[in-house]
Design a protein around this ligand. Structure first.
Ligand code: UDP
Length: 431
């Protein structure tokens, strides 16, 4: 696997580390469990990192020197791709064709290195976009910087080069075909998973577990707790949650005594939603007393935040899937989410949560009233959320990915035989 711009060893929830990191780690671990050994190449971001680290049995992370260790922005990474590709192909394994059976690249930057490495080793390339510039640009938040044309071009080249593309949802598969001219037969849909061992309701049940998690986190027992989890960036729209909370308190001032709105996550990129920006916004809205800002936490601790919350709020402008939404549901917490990207798959509208078209804070405030006013409906949704999340195990995702690998390998083998047959009969290969 190739993950150039972010390491599977980084803490997700801040900077460039998010769902893709979790995806790579969990998928690799589950593939290793079904005897598909994985090596993950990533860029070294410190001189102190060893050349390789065993992440789990059968999963090795290899660090590649490419560019300065620190302070290299994601936007400057395209200039380091040659150095990265050189590093990958110069390792012992890279010098021994036959060591790898297949390359699986994540995000378009890795796709370019994947294309080169797969060609050199004579193996197929499977690629996962994770996010797409054209889709992102069509859904920009106010003040967000559009993705540059060079990324669109780069993505188009990777789509063309990949033997198989993995999309998170049918919608993403359709976008690959419509926006990037992908060959329909080469796109497979594999829903990401969730660690159902880590993200689960307390053994005593959702309500008892909520009480226990609230006391562990020092949160009030009888409060309405709308929770935001994720990287603090305009695209994730944490500002919409704050505005919705402000509106809720304007219309129901008596709730102020029993409302806490935690924001768990760290800054990512630049823009209005940087933490200080968000803190200033909370002050301007007059809700600093109810908003709690917390830095990113490990997933064990995160599960407690989900269990403690009354509802997770995910008002994102664009979301290729939205792991956070499924993790919260797996813990028994319903979700209010924007009706964008993969979120309609991650959340069952009206059953395990509520989907909101658009980003008007008034609509999110209305959805919040629903949770404040109708505890029975909330309890029903909690139970349904747990059931819904159970359909997203990583084991299922790994098995489906292994099927994609098999298809890519058979396709590549068939193409090799065809080339040989053409050579022996003197026929020109068809396009
Ligand atoms: N996450 C975490 N700690 C935090 C905040 C987030 O481990 O404090 C993880 C979270 O569990 C999830 C991932 O970061 O798996 C975010 O994935 P998502 O698909 O929701 O968003 P992305 O970052 O890919 O845009």
């Amino acid at each position: 696997m190739l993950s150039v711009h972010t390491s599977p060893l980084h803490q997700p929830g801040t900077g460039d580390a998010g769902g893709m990191n979790v995806y790579v780690v969990e998928l690799a671990r589950r593939l290793a469990a079904i005897d598909i050994e994985v090596e993950i190449f990533t860029r070294a971001t410190s001189a102190a990192l060893p050349p390789s680290v065993e992440l789990a049995p059968g999963v090795l992370v290899r660090h590649v020197d490419a560019g300065p260790y620190e302070g290299l922005a994601k936007e400057d990474l395209p200039a380091q791709l040659c150095a990265f590709a050189h590093g990958v192909t110069q390792t012992w394994a890279g010098q021994h064709p036959g060591h790898y059976d297949l390359v699986h690249s994540h995000y378009w930057l890795s796709g370019h290195v994947g294309r080169l490495a797969a060609g050199r080793w004579g193996v197929p390339l499977v690629h996962a976009m994770h996010t797409m510039a054209k889709v992102k640009n069509a859904n920009l938040a106010d003040g967000d910087t559009p993705e540059p044309p060079a990324r669109v071009l780069g993505e188009t080249q990777v789509v063309r080069a990949a033997d198989r593309l993995i999309a998170n949802t049918e919608k993403e598969a359709d976008e690959l075909v419509r926006h990037y001219d992908a060959d329909t037969g080469h796109v497979a849909v594999v829903h990401p998973g969730v660690d159902l061992e880590r993200f689960r309701p307390d053994a005593r049940g959702v309500q008892a577990g909520r009480a226990a998690a609230r006391s562990r986190l020092g949160l009030p027992q009888d409060a309405l707790i709308p929770l935001f989890v994720g990287r603090i960036q305009p695209l994730k729209a944490p500002d919409v949650m704050l505005r919705a909370v402000a509106r809720l308190l304007e219309q129901r001032p008596w709730l102020r005594e029993r409302l806490v709105a935690p924001v768990v996550g760290g800054p990512s990129g630049s823009g209005l939603a940087e933490p200080e920006g968000l803190q200033k916004l909370a002050a301007r809205l007059g809700i600093s007393d109810v908003v709690l800002f917390r830095p990113p936490v490990g997933q064990e601790r995160l599960a407690d935040w989900y269990r403690a919350a009354s509802v997770l709020v995910m008002p994102s402008h664009s979301e290729s899937f939205g792991l956070v939404a499924v993790e919260a549901q797996a813990c028994g917490t319903p979700v209010i989410a924007a009706q964008v990207g993969g979120l309609p798959v991650a959340v069952r509208d009206g059953v395990s949560g509520v989907l909101v078209p658009g980003h008007d804070p008034a609509d999110y405030a209305r959805a919040l009233y629903g949770f404040a006013d109708d505890p029975e409906r909330s309890a029903r949704m909690s139970e349904a959320a747990v059931r819904h999340a159970r359909s997203f195990g990583w084991d299922t995702a790994a098995a489906a990915t292994a099927d994609v690998y098999s298809a890519a390998l058979s396709h590549a083998r068939a193409a090799t035989w065809q080339r040989r047959a053409n050579r022996s009969t003197g026929r020109r290969p068809s396009a």
